[in-house]
Structures are given as structure tokens and as C-alpha cells.
Write a protein of this length. Structure first.
Length: 141
């Protein structure tokens, strides 16, 4: 009899602890703002205006980020992740690193853009889309 009460008590404690942990996880996730966020969809919305601006739907586009700018240290994992996300959301357009293409994407922080801009003046027509996204159109020599 006492053993049955102990088993029930343990089950109730496990259930209550599990419920409490689940609620805490939900509250902390919601506090961080990620309960309903979808980073891939956010990235896609961020690049959609640029994608619409390109004069083609298939082709090759260059890509630079803060790590492409001398003197800017970035987290390699974060930089690689952003590059992969950009490839994904820009498909079927092929994204390659560098600015050797006629059309290029710059995913730059304000400081990185400020460092990049003077050294490339007159080489590109730049269209800013906000949030550090720029479309670079190489000017004819």
C-alpha cells in the first residue's frame, strides 16, 4: 500500500517537474523572440528585393561579406552560414565569392561598407537595400 503511494508520488513529481521545465523553456524562448521566428524566412525576406532587382533569374552573381574586407575579423562559422543561406534564398542564381562578376551582392556591416566603398569608387553602381545588403553592378571600363 505504501509502495503504491510512493510510486504515485514519484510519477506526480516527474510529471510536475516535466511540465514546469516545459513551461520555463517556452517562456525563455518567447522572451528571446524566437518562439515563432524563422531565420531562413527572415533571410529570404531580406534578400527578396535584391533578387527582384537582378536583370535575370538564372546566372552567376558574386558575393562579398565582412570577411572579404581586409582588417575585418568575423566568426568563420557565422560567415559560412550566411553564405550558405544566401545561396539558398537566391537559387536558382549561383552565388560565388568575390566581385569578379558583372552583378555582385555585398552583405556588409556599416563599418565594412565604409571601408570597402572608397577603395572601389567608380567600379560599381551600388544599390542599397538596407540591413547591410547591397547590389553591386560592375561599371564598364
Amino acid at each position: 500500500m505504501i509502495l503504491n503511494w510512493v510510486r504515485r508520488g514519484v510519477l506526480v513529481l516527474i510529471f510536475a517537474g516535466s511540465l514546469y521545465a516545459s513551461l520555463q523553456n517556452l517562456v525563455s524562448t518567447k522572451t528571446l523572440g524566437s518562439a515563432n521566428d524563422d531565420p531562413v524566412a527572415d533571410w529570404e525576406r531580406r534578400f527578396q528585393p535584391l533578387k527582384k532587382q537582378l536583370p535575370f533569374v538564372r546566372g552567376v552573381v558574386g558575393y562579398i561579406s565582412d570577411s572579404s574586407i581586409p582588417g575585418f575579423n568575423t566568426d568563420p562559422a557565422n560567415d559560412s552560414g550566411e553564405y550558405v543561406l544566401t545561396q539558398y534564398v537566391m537559387a536558382p542564381i549561383i552565388i560565388i565569392t568575390g566581385t569578379g562578376q558583372e552583378w555582385n551582392i555585398a552583405n556588409l556591416s556599416p563599418l565594412a561598407y565604409k571601408a570597402w566603398s572608397p577603395t572601389n569608387k567608380g567600379q560599381f553602381a551600388v544599390t542599397a537595400f538596407g540591413n547591410g545588403i547591397y547590389l553591386l553592378h560592375r561599371m564598364a571600363p
